[in-house]
Design a binder for this molecule. Structure first.
Ligand code: IPM
Ligand code: MN
Length: 387
């Protein structure tokens, strides 16, 4: 057995319940490839605040970065945001943990492959007849650095002072004058965009799919820049068709997925919004899997894009499938590709067998339909039985 250490963030809300199941399944499946996963807990989120007075303890941060592979259960809970978070906004864990990890680890690429399950057609916002019979490939690769997410005082240290002065950036505080003006500086740097787009093209070539590049080049400087770079890098990949799509029309095409068949490259903010929409269009955000990778160092974080389901916490009700599928992505990364495939096959099988957590029966949270509904851990057991 080859040992692989993975930093584990069980997270807030229903995170720990979902991650307990996902970890067990990943551990079991990895054995197929002779890989023994050793999970090492690195607490982050409001649960870490309760224990250590910090949503992002330095020791967790250091150790997670050192290990270089993180299985991330999601952080955040509105209950805390409105209490401790109101007094100490810097503790809000979404930005404090996720953005700092992404930046420190140089997680440039965020993979979010959309999977359409016929069995979940009743949840999908896209009409079934819009899904071509030969199937659909829609692989989002979101640019995960820079943009508006990192354009404020906590993150902007990589922009030289003179440039900050030139653009009048006064950090998260008001700028000046009588009226408060707050801004996040959305910036793209040539070297990172080139590296990102080159990686996205390479992925599209490998997958034999077109590269659909999403921008807002008609009005925004950074997207004009983006489009020009995409054309330039595209010349290195003459065999990969390059399609430009404006972000607003791309949004409308979420419901006509045949027109978004390919590898989709998009900015950080656009990608955040559109990939959530795509997951809902295909079925449910609870099914989304997601990984963030540094293509140079191999550092990686595996986080399902869905939230922490805080209202279900402690009730064994949250849907663990997004986390489980994210675990499969992790297995592929750490050298357990057969285990990864086994997990994906098992998820298909349990859905075909009619196994459902409550959210997969109906998107109506009020529905009190309980008959035959599986809890988080029972769903895990079903998957395990197929491995
Ligand atoms: C996501 C989340 C995060 C993001 C937040 C929590 C920082 O929404 O992974 O999609 O916007 O990237
Ligand atoms: Mn999001």
């Amino acid at each position: 057995m080859i040992k692989k250490t993975v930093a584990l963030v069980t997270g807030d809300g229903s995170g720990p319940e979902m991650m307990a199941v996902a970890c067990k399944i990943a551990t079991e499946a990895a054995k197929e490839d002779g890989v023994e996963i050793v999970f090492e807990e690195t607490p982050m989120g409001w649960n870490a605040y309760e224990k250590f007075g910090d949503t992002f303890p330095e020791s967790s941060f250091k150790r997670a970065v050192e290990i270089g592979t993180i299985f991330f259960g999601g952080v955040g809970d509105p209950k805390y945001d409105n209490t401790i978070g109101a007094e100490k906004p810097e503790m809000k864990p979404e930005a404090r943990c996720l953005l700092r990890l992404r930046k420190e680890m140089g997680l440039l690429l965020n993979f979010r492959p959309m999977i359409y399950y016929k069995e979940l057609a009743h949840l999908a916002k896209v009409r079934p007849e819009m899904i071509p019979s030969q199937g659909i490939k829609q692989i989002w690769i979101r640019f995960l650095l820079e943009d508006s997410y990192f354009g404020n005082q906590d993150f902007i240290s990589d922009i030289p002072e003179d440039i900050k002065n030139k653009v009048g950036l006064r950090l998260k505080k008001n700028v000046s004058g009588e009226e408060d003006i707050v801004m996040d500086l959305a910036y793209y740097r040539r070297s990172t965009i080139e590296k990102y787009l080159r990686a996205a093209f390479a992925y599209a070539r490998e997958a034999k799919l077109p590269l659909i590049s999403i921008d807002k080049a008609n009005v925004m400087a950074r997207y004009d820049f983006w489009r020009k770079i995409s054309v330039k890098i595209g010349k290195e990949f003459p065999d990969v068709p390059l399609i430009h799509q404006l972000v607003d029309s791309a949004n409308a095409l979420l419901f006509e997925p045949a027109k978004l068949h390919g590898v989709i490259a998009c900015g950080n903010e656009h990608g955040d919004i559109l990939s959530d929409g795509a997951a809902a269009a295909f079925g449910s955000m609870g099914m989304m899997c997601s990984s963030a990778i540094n293509p140079d160092t191999g550092a990686a974080m595996f986080e399902s894009g869905a939230g922490t389901a805080p209202t279900l916490a402690g009730h064994n009700k949250a849907n663990p499938l997004g986390r489980i599928l994210t675990g499969a992505m992790m297995l592929r990364h750490i050298g357990a590709p057969n285990g990864a495939t086994s997990i994906e096959v098992a998820v298909n099988k349990v859905l075909r067998d009619g196994c459902r957590t409550k959210d997969l029966v109906s998107s109506n949270e009020e529905s009190d339909e309980e008959i035959g509904i599986l809890g988080t851990s029972e769903m895990g057991k079903e998957i395990l039985s197929y491995l």
